[in-house]
Every structure is written in C-alpha cells, then in structure tokens.
Design a binder for this molecule. Structure first.
Ligand code: GLC
Length: 432
C-alpha cells in the first residue's frame, strides 16, 4: 500500500472513531464536555459523515433533530436531549414554554438551515432506494414548515431578506460582523458562570462583554413569550445575516429539488418558489461595491456591518452572486487565501478585527471551507476550488479534527475530536 492510501485510511479510521465516540444513541454531540447536546447545523453536517459508513445512523441523526421542531415550524439551535452541567446556558436558562416547543427541550432561536441541502445529497446518493425515499417523503412537510417559518416569522414584511436575532443563531457567534449591533444591546444584570472557558483557553473564545449581551437576548425572548411579532417589533438585535440568508437560500432550492424528485407539489412548494424569487431580487441591496462583496446589514441602524467574513462569501454557495459579482469576490478571495495556507479565514485577514486564533474572528472552520469550495465549483472558479480542497486536506493531515484552526499557523483550536470536522472530512475529503 502506498503512503498516500495509508494516510487516508488512518484519517478515515480516526474520523469514524470520533463520530462513534461522540454518539449518544441517535444524536451526536459536537464534542464531549464543551458541547454536550445536539446542535442544529452540526447535526446536519454530521449526518453527511455518518452516511459514508452507516446510512441508518445518518438518518437517525436527522430524526433526532426534527424531534425538536417547534409547533410553528422552527428547528431550534440546541436540543437538550439529556441534562448536562458541563455547558452554560442550559435548558432552564432558555426557559422555553411547553406550549411552543417540540418533543425535546430546546433553545428559542434557530441556526443556519443547511439540513435540506444535506437531505438532498443523501437522497441523491441512493435515489432509487424505496425505504429511503419513504423516509425523506416523511420529512418533507417538516422541512417545508421549517423553511416557511423562516420566511414568515423572520420576514413578516416580505422584504426577501430574513432577519436574525442572536449571534448564536448565525452559528458564527463572535464574528466581528456583530460588534456594532451587539454593542447596542444592554448587558444582562445577573451573575453567571461561564463553562466554555473551563474547557478552552479564553483567548480562543468570545469575551465577557459579548456573553453578557448574548444572555440579555435569551432573557428578552422569554419576556416576549416567544411571540414572533413581538420579537420582530422589539428585539434590540436584528440583522440581515448574509450567512443565514445564503444557507437558507441554497437549502430552499435544494428542498424544491427533493420535492421534485419525490413528485411533491403543493401550495407550500409554490410558496417556496415565490420566496426564492423574492430573495434573488432583494439580495442586491446587500452588495457593497467599495467592499467588492456582499455584506451583512444591521437592520436597527439600516447600515452595513462593514467587514467581509466567511458568512458574506457564502453568497457563492447560495448562487446569489451574479457573474460580475462572482468575479469581484474571486479577486477578493485571492487576496484572502494568500493569508492562510489552510483555507478561508473566517474574517478577511486585512480587516483590523482579524484575530487568527479567536473562534469566529479569524480561524478556519472546515465545514465552511467545504461550503465555500462548493460555491467556487458551481461558479467554475476551478483553481480556487482546488486550492481550498488542497488546503483543507493538508490541514487535517497536519493536525486532525479540531473544532477550528488558527488561520496563521494551522494549529488546532477549541475542542478536540470534533464531530463536524471529522464528518465533513469523511464526506468531502476522504470518500472514494
Ligand atoms: C459554537 C459554534 C456553533 C456550533 C456550536 C456547536 O457555538 O459557534 O456554530 O454550532 O459551537 O459546535
């Protein structure tokens, strides 16, 4: 056996071992201790990894995630399947009322809805398997309800651009895109003890002032009785996040494809077609010519969050950039990629807020590398696509499956033996 195959097999084995280690029977924790529950977009990405060696387990991951779906259609960001005191804030702090929630206790916000894109990929791997088709058919009403929830509750004025109410909802918790918007949120006034900094060095985590505001918002949702309209009207943090908008858009198109493959057409699919068209028109409002990029908007001040992040690059994954914009973004990306040998740093490295080791302010995240690579492939930006693939492979060969990676040095950061890093490697970099 040559060396390359040997290295690949060893990487596969250790990635599989990570998913098995983090398996809690039906759902997978991102990593033990630091994140002891099921997270929304982690679960979707993790299912892709499971599917490379255990399809039944991949579908189960999705079954478990959908158990948490709220009555209004929202799929929450964290599902507290079992109690654990290694994470803060827990289910009691989120205090979601039984009247609104699904089968499992949860948080009161969502996360980037990549799930339908994952379901499409799984279905396309075995398009003729009757049992799997049946399974996906059963998901369809739930996935449609989830997507229509975004458009209805998060865009009640039909602007074509959904809003988000919490940095945690973006999945990119302490991105510099939120700095200004979050500074306008009051801090929480009660004392609390963070758990994250007991697992990970504080230089790699969000700061206290940010946590104070994250928690203020958690309380705010409770005080509004989780009522969609009240929150929309009064929430002190409201952004049109390019990351969420892009992932939602791509997933909505993928969901329509799944519906077509299964011969499903009804008023919900029709509505989805209309929502997709609305976003395609509206997205031009988020293009900034001086930045050669789309940007996230702070709705509270009607101004751009003036920093290019990987969230803004996801317009390529969504197919939302026109040909001219894609060229401009590609030129920007050349510059961006020159700064790191490991793929796409989460913040544009020439921006003053860039910090190569701090969570979403600079580090490379492997599942984001994947999404951007998919976008580059779609736009036939072949050389950049290959560059991101090669950098990602080099990264896991060098350091393995960390939560995220220092963009300057490639060093593993945050939690070790991390599910979505292992899973996306299995699916994207290691599958034959
Ligand atoms: C952090 C990340 C978020 C992820 C979660 C679990 O909160 O910012 O994106 O879903 O950890 O891995």
């Amino acid at each position: 056996m040559n060396d390359k195959i040997q290295i690949k097999n060893a990487l596969k084995e250790s990635a599989i071992a990570i998913l098995q280690k983090n398996d809690r029977g039906g759902y997978t924790v991102p990593t033990d201790g630091l994140y002891p529950f099921q997270w929304n977009w982690d679960a979707a990405i993790t299912a892709l990894g499971w599917a490379t060696f255990d399809r039944k387990r991949a579908w189960e991951e999705i079954d478990y995630l959908l158990k948490g779906q709220w009555k209004n259609g929202m799929v929450p960001h964290i599902l507290f399947h079992q109690p654990s005191d290694s994470y803060f804030p827990n289910a009691d702090v989120w205090n979601v009322s039984d009247a609104v929630r699904g089968e499992v206790r949860s948080t009161s916000i969502s996360q980037p809805p990549v799930l339908a894109s994952v379901v499409k990929r799984l279905l396309e791997q075995k398009p003729d398997d009757a049992q799997e088709r049946q399974r996906v058919a059963a998901y369809l009403p739930k996935l449609l309800a989830y997507h229509l929830w975004w458009y209805r509750d998060r865009d009640p004025e039909n602007t074509g651009l959904v809003v988000s109410y919490h940095p945690w909802e973006s999945g990119m918790d302490n991105s510099p895109a939120w700095d200004e918007a979050l500074a306008a949120v009051p801090p929480v006034t009660w004392a609390y003890q963070r758990r994250d900094t007991q697992h990970v060095d504080s230089s790699e985590r969000p700061k206290q002032a940010e946590y104070d505001r994250y928690l203020y918002l958690v309380d705010f949702f409770i005080k509004q009785d989780f009522d969609a309209r009240r929150i929309y009207d009064n929430c002190p943090f409201k952004v049109q996040d390019m990351g969420i908008i892009s992932i939602l858009h791509r997933a909505s198109k993928d969901l329509l494809t799944v519906c077509e493959l299964l011969g499903v057409q009804n008023e919900h699919t029709q509505q989805l077609v209309e929502e997709i068209a609305r976003t395609e028109k509206a997205i031009q409002q988020l293009w900034s010519e001086p930045h050669q990029s789309f940007l996230t908007k702070n709705v509270m001040t009607d101004s751009f969050c003036e920093v290019q992040t990987t969230g803004t690059l996801l317009a390529l994954f969504a197919g939302l950039a026109n040909a001219d914009q894609a060229q401009k973004m590609s030129a920007l990306l050349d510059d961006w990629l020159a700064a790191s040998d490991y793929g796409v740093a989460s913040t544009y490295p020439k921006h003053p807020t860039y910090e190569p080791q701090r969570y979403w302010r600079g580090p490379v995240w492997l599942h984001i590398n994947w999404m951007i690579a998919e976008g580059l492939k779609d736009y036939q930006l072949t050389a950049q696509h290959q560059q991101v693939v090669n950098a990602s492979k080099a990264l896991i060969e060098k350091v393995g499956y960390w939560e995220y990676f220092n963009a300057d040095t490639g060093e593993g950061c945050g939690g070790d033996v991390f599910s979505w890093t292992a899973a996306i490697s299995l699916y994207w970099l290691l599958d034959d």
